[in-house]
Design a protein around this ligand. Structure first.
Ligand code: EPZ
Length: 446
């Protein structure tokens, strides 16, 4: 049995960036400070959320390590507990006991706070033969439909109805059947939902045009560590041969490539040299390639350590976001902040989400010269940015504003910190640790 742990899901200490008063505080950043030293990269948020949902597949002891301390992780923990699953956390380790799942119904008030809650659908249908999960709904960056998830489950024999904003899936006979599924779009979430569902299905499932993101491969490795039979994860074709039961595991999550990429841009935008650890360079190939074209140099002083060094200036480059291994959409806003002070003009084309250019207006408030035409941002480099009060609109936009603030002349004040706290563990402490001057202060009542 899981040893009882005294520590429940810990709330972050007040100084951490996951402060519960996120919407009543602002982040003040004094720009122009060079950075130096080493940054410890946390576990990958987008792997952690899927893998936590995957813990529902486990009928034994499920221990997950290197879990980042984030608002979204705590929200996923709350969703699992609402399903009657036991969950204990101590530091970066979470123990899940899903031997008994109390209900197939996930509550709206929790799912509406975390889109990734929808990942519980696949494991619930696989374990219980049914699931009732509210539609996650859209968010700032797009409508975020789940039609590919639904169609895949239907192909595996689930009867799926959407009534009053709730996705209700039931499997006549109780067990999903293996199927051949072609995804119209290499959706990360749909690939993960269907791969998890298929692990306990009767027969073989093939997912064609699957997402190839490292977080998909990490989820597959996690499922395999419990006894799942999966091959091809990380490529366009994944084959899963269903097994009756998944058992004990003790699994460590991969490092967060998007957090790492965000710190690489922090180095580039302040013309600093930084070491990042741990990093899996192949997960960052597109971002590293673009940073080399911009004028940064990379070395590997140790295994899983990546050193970035400024070479000469910041050159303009063009970027188009694409499914992995293309340039990641989750790095688009951060690179826009960097290209805002490049020598020359860049174009940034966002092809993955339909509304992920909302940081343009805020960067322009800081003196950037960016115009949007459809899903293309034309970024004319300016010599410098100026600190200003700005407001974050979504998770990666908030990271972009922090990066702009690090480079800007004067003080930048960022509101909307609830977005930042969702996806970056102790960002302020990590930045202070490499020389940045920033502080979270109470918002001024106006
Ligand atoms: C995951 O979201 C990530 N989130 C996102 O990270 C990331 O930006 C995205 O993948 C793309 O890499 C998590 O893993 C928790 P998708 P997901 O399904 O799974 C359309 C961050 O900042 N689509 O690959 O929701 C969809 O509308 C977040 O960390 C359908 O049309 O992304 C979008 O245009 C943001 N129907 C495109 O596919 C579906 O059924 C990509 O979405 C599913 C998706």
């Amino acid at each position: 049995m899981l040893e009882e742990r005294l520590v429940t899901l810990s709330t972050p200490p007040p100084s951490s960036s996951a402060s519960p008063e996120a919407n009543s505080t602002v982040l003040e950043i004094w720009g122009g400070k060079p950075l130096s030293g080493q940054v410890r990269v946390s576990g990958a948020k987008n792997a952690a959320l899927a893998i936590m949902a995957g813990g529902l597949l486990c009928s034994g002891d499920c221990r997950i390590r290197n879990v980042p301390s984030l608002v979204d992780v705590r929200r996923m923990g709350a969703v699992l507990r609402s399903l009657g699953v036991k969950l204990q956390a101590s530091g970066d380790t979470i123990d899940i006991d899903a031997r008994h799942i109390g209900t197939e119904r996930a509550p709206y008030e929790l799912v509406s706070q975390l889109r990734a809650s929808f990942f519980v659908v696949g494991p619930l249908v696989a374990r219980l033969g049914e699931a009732s999960v509210p539609l996650p709904g859209g968010c700032a960056i797009g409508a975020r439909p789940v039609d590919l998830h639904v169609r895949g489950l239907q192909a595996m024999g689930a009867d799926v109805q959407i009534e009053h904003g709730v996705v209700r899936a039931r499997v006549p006979g109780g067990r999903l059947k293996g199927a051949n599924i072609y995804l119209d779009y290499p959706s990360v979430g749909a690939t993960e939902t269907l791969m998890m569902a298929a692990t306990l299905a009767d027969g073989e499932t093939t997912i064609e045009n699957a997402a190839q993101e490292p977080e998909v491969a990490d989820l597959a490795d996690f499922c395999r560590s419990m006894g799942a039979n999966i091959s091809g994860a990380g490529t366009k074709t994944i084959v899963i041969d269903g097994v009756p039961r998944l058992g004990d595991t003790d699994y460590a999550i991969i490092p967060d490539r998007i957090e790492a990429g965000t710190f690489l841009v922090a180095a580039a935008i302040t013309r600093s040299s930084l070491d990042l650890y741990p990093v899996i360079p192949s997960h960052l190939a597109a971002a590293i390639s673009k940073l080399e074209a911009i004028g940064m140099r990379f070395t590997h002083p140790g295994s899983r350590t990546l050193r970035i060094t400024p070479a000469n200036g910041i050159k303009a480059v063009d970027i188009e976001t694409l499914p992995y291994p293309g340039f990641p959409t989750d790095m688009q806003a951060q690179f826009m902040a960097l290209l805002a002070i490049a020598d020359g003009s860049s174009t940034i084309t966002e092809t993955v989400f339909e509304n992920r250019l909302r940081h343009v207006a805020e960067l322009n408030r800081m003196g950037a010269n960016i115009k949007v035409k459809g899903n293309v941002a034309i970024v004319r480099g300016v010599p410098f940015l100026s600190g200003a009060p700005v407001s974050a609109t979504d998770l990666r936009a908030s990271a972009a504003l922090v990066l702009a603030g690090l480079a800007a002349e004067g003080k930048t004040t960022i509101s909307g910190l609830q977005h930042l706290d969702r996806g970056y563990e102790n960002l302020e402490d990590k930045l202070r640790g490499i020389g940045a001057k920033l502080e979270r202060v109470p918002a001024v009542e106006v």
